[in-house]
Ligand binder design. Structure first.
Ligand code: MN3
Length: 269
């Protein structure tokens, strides 16, 4: 999201005479999503073997011609991370496990489309939303995972990232100890993550315990509705559906559209 300074110029909201600043935009688009997006490498042009080349959509697991998610190639040979990560694990992990997430993600989107047209029962929304979260997170996080590793990896970061790690964690060693402890302590399945929280531009270490609960790491929220009871109980009591209907009447699509345009611009899309 490095091109965001220009947003001051592009996000004037006619409903509210002041212009939106960068902080408004980041608050509006949500926090974890943008951080995960940065982690996916969309903002990082370097490819392991060819540091000058842009990563294509196909490199990152999506085919714009078919609209389908695809299993992207590893950015290095299966055995390239030996002896740290063995070749057989990489083959199974990439070819079987990651491929399963890709299939599941496409299937979930297909099923949800069928629900929208009436070809599937609306009662299946909950099931397929869970499938979308599980397989979507699986796909996006594995793409990030492959690109987070390199045969030339290890050592310490340099430049702005190194400074930021020192600012937010105290030192690289303090970050490293924190990251390892968090990853070691993830209960059962999950992930250890270094994320960027874009509102404060702070780096944080997080655990994703069950990545399907219930988001797809890598997405950017555009419209969110609070369905905790405190958001509607005084007026609507237990009638959440009536509150959801009412919310649809007040969504600020003008601002959402401006935020969407700004994100697409920053992604080069
Ligand atoms: Mn895995």
């Amino acid at each position: 999201m490095s091109s965001t300074p220009q947003l001051n110029d592009t996000l004037a909201d006619r409903n509210h005479p002041r212009t939106l600043d960068r902080r408004d935009m980041l608050a509006a688009i949500g926090l974890g999503g943008a951080a995960a997006l940065s982690g996916l490498g969309l903002a990082a042009p370097a490819r392991a073997q060819d540091p000058g080349a842009m990563l294509s959509s196909e490199d990152l697991g999506w085919d714009p011609r078919t609209g389908q998610y695809i299993l992207p190639p590893l950015p290095y040979p299966y055995g390239a991370l030996e002896p740290h990560i063995d070749q057989q694990t990489m083959e199974l992990h990439h070819d079987r496990h990651h491929a399963g997430y890709v299939r599941g993600l496409n299937s979930a989107l297909e099923a949800l489309a069928a629900i929208r047209t009436g070809a599937r029962d609306a009662g299946e929304v909950k099931h397929w939303s869970r499938e979308l979260a599980f397989h979507g997170s699986g796909h996006f996080l594995h793409v990030c995972f492959w690109h987070c590793m390199s045969p030339e990896g290890g050592g310490q970061p340099e430049g702005a990232l190194a400074s930021q790690i020192t600012r937010d964690f105290g030192s690289f060693k303090a970050f490293s100890d924190h990251y390892k402890a968090a990853s070691n302590a993830v209960e059962a399945s999950g992930w250890g993550l270094l994320v960027l929280e874009p509102l404060s531009r702070r780096l944080m270490v997080m655990q994703a315990e069950k990545h399907q609960n219930l988001t797809a790491w890598g997405v950017i929220p555009l419209v969110v509705i609070d369905v905790w009871e405190h958001a509607y109980y005084l007026k609507y009591q237990n009638r959440r559906a009536a509150y959801v209907d009412a919310f649809m009447n007040v969504i600020n699509w003008r601002r959402t559209g401006q935020v969407f345009d700004a994100i697409m611009t920053s992604l080069g899309g």
